[in-house]
Design a protein around this ligand. Structure first.
Ligand code: LHQ
Length: 263
């Protein structure tokens, strides 16, 4: 695919920073931006020098979800949105959830529709205090997608999930954090510093173990307690054979800072 400026990509000290970059449209998703973001997450999967991802948006919004101009029924007749979901959104959400490396999401402004649910799919989401989350689907006759019907009830329970999804009322960042939808709301001016510091800290950490931790916590959504205990045993076996475990314990015993390599 040709280079696209709809997603800015920069790798520094193990952190792959991906910035949604259609600020005049509040970073609404068109096909080009989808494909560019996919390239970024595919790189995160295949490139060993990427140890963590930081996802954010350019300008005053994080993402307003699907670009509605791109799916205008006045021009195209009744569109097959299932095809759009299957071709663009679902592959993206699968890439995010299956990446065995931490993903920090810095929500710099409004996150609506798929934009909100993509933020909720990331591993650690922090938001600027001025940011809002909107399940905008209800305003245009759609159902929440990008995993929203899965993540919302799990994160905040059915009552709050239904109220947000059925009313499309905006939820402020502070409340989102208090409810457990995101990790933390921070002052607007501090957002990028905090997000970058967090991503850098994770990238310098034992990322193999962190990736397996992510896998284990996600598996708990479908596993029984016994299945989960067995998964923990298997993952701990692998983690115990990692270079990072050897380094972590050695550094502890030698009373020095560990130098993890993510292997
Ligand atoms: C936009 C958008 C936008 C285009 C702002 N598209 N231009 C999946 C599969 C297939 C199809 C359907 O959907 C999905 C998943 C989804 O994501 S459905 C939900 C789609 N998103 C929405 O319904 C949100 C629509 N946007 C809004 O409600 C507002 O823009 C919010 C509340 C996000 C922000 O409001 P304001 O801060 O007042 O900003 P604004 O409305 O003035 O927007 C700024 C510009 O961005 C404006 O353009 P303009 O040329 O007039 O300055 C908007 O038209 C444009 N924009 N969202 N989704």
């Amino acid at each position: 695919m040709a280079e696209s400026d709809t997603v800015l990509s920069a790798l520094q000290a193990g952190v792959l920073r991906l910035t949604l970059n259609r600020p005049d449209k509040l970073n609404a998703f068109n096909e080009e931006m989808h494909l560019a973001l996919r390239v970024g997450f595919e790189r995160a999967h295949s490139d060993d020098t990427v140890r963590a991802v930081l996802l954010t948006g350019a300008g005053r919004g994080f993402s307003a979800g699907q670009d509605l101009g791109d799916r205008d029924p006045r021009n195209h007749g009744a569109p097959d949105l299932g095809h759009t979901i299957e071709t663009f959104y679902n592959p993206l959400l699968r890439l995010i959830r299956s990446l065995e490396k931490p993903i920090v999401c810095a929500v710099n402004g409004v996150a609506a529709g798929a934009g909100a649910n993509i933020a909720f799919a990331c591993d650690i989401t922090i938001a600027a205090r001025s940011a809002r989350f909107i399940q905008a689907f209800a305003k245009i006759g759609l159902v929440p997608d990008s995993g929203g019907t899965w993540s919302l009830p799990r994160l905040i329970g059915e009552a709050r999930a239904k109220a947000l999804a059925l009313t499309a009322e905006p939820l402020d960042a502070e409340t989102a954090a208090n409810w457990g939808l995101i990790w933390r709301a921070v002052n607007d001016a501090a957002l990028m510093d905090e997000a970058c510091a967090l991503a850098a800290r994770l990238a310098a950490g034992p990322t193999k173990g962190l990736g397996m931790t992510k896998r284990a916590i996600q598996a708990a959504a479908v596993n029984s307690f016994d299945e989960q205990l067995e998964l923990e045993r298997d993952l701990q076996r692998q983690a115990g054979r990692s270079g990072d475990y050897a380094e972590g314990v050695t550094a502890f015993l030698e009373k020095r800072k560990p130098e993890f390599k993510g292997r």
